[in-house]
Design a protein. Sequence first.
Length: 411
Amino acid sequence: MTRRKLAYLTGEYPRASDTFIQREVAALRALGHEVETCTIRTTGAEHLVGPEQRAEHASTFKVLEACAAPLTLIRAHLRWMRHPGRYVSALALAWRSAPKGLKGRIYNLIYFLESGVLAAHLQDRGVDHLHNHIAKASCTVAMLASALSGLRYSFTIHGPDIFFEPHHWRIDEKAARAAFVACISNYCRSQLMCFADADHWDRFHIVHCGVEPERYAPARHDGQHLLFVGRLAGVKGVPVLLEALEGLVDTHPDLHLTLIGDGPDRSALEARAAGLPVRFLGYRSQAEVAQALQEADIFVLPSFAEGVPVVLMEAMAAEVPVIATQIAGIPELVREGETGCLVPPGDVAALRAAIARMLTDSAERRAMGNLARRQVLDAFDVANEAAWLSELIEGYASGSPPRGKRPEPKP
């Protein structure tokens, strides 16, 4: 079966913190799709932590880099000016959908210029469908490129931060114009429904971010090693974890915590962790994260806001018992007392108690880990999720889209 040629667009690709997008691209390619990857900005060297990232970086079309060549920019827009009605309509859309204020108008006009270059590149490459991840500025570019060229587009919406400023990012307009929207959870879908016209709700499907379960060997479960993987930023709640750790080290002398990731708060967190059994490793490759999970006994993610964290799926695939906060879409992945432990966000005492309970009951840890891997295999395997996304792309293109939020579960 010949499948449509796709393009993937994000604001910055590839990133060490967005490996789930790389996995989705690889899974679509394995299904027979040719996938062109595109990024607005050129990825910083700190994100090219493994061979997968370096290979994707080398082959990815960089929009701003292309726009920096004046002739490229002029030729692209002259091409679309041959269709004056569509060109003026797309320009009017950029103006109409801009955030409030002069700055918002200027930015949207810049996105319009970028969209012309992107649309020309995609047409030259014979792309049939454009898909965007992270429905912010890069999705504005995708929407305008679609308006200029007539190329069908869709996007995956994650949250939580886009739902803090839904009108700024005009997710209503983007959803109305997209062929369909892939929502990462029921919770995410419900938040989009708050702002989008009800006439479009039947095109909002749930496509989970996914992992490759075979990458992850079972962890050991018999030590005192805590692991956190994520951006070192305020939203991740790491100070809560450090405070919880302070109350446990006296009674658990072998307890230690490893943090993988980087971000704006790293220096402050390193100072806060002084004297505690904590290691900061910075960004690590997918293979190194998989190895760290194999050596971990408990995975802790004390976030204040999330979508459905892929790193939780990775930990669960490695049969590592997880402790996370009861927010957003996390309860759709982690079932309290079965596949992990959920605590209120920002509650140091509850987090400390959950860690202490896990540390003293290795049998419970093993049982949770086994059930957690089964949950990932059933609903968060990237191969299955990419197949569902491919079915949506092909179905909407052919005029016979699948119905329902998710595929029917296998018996």
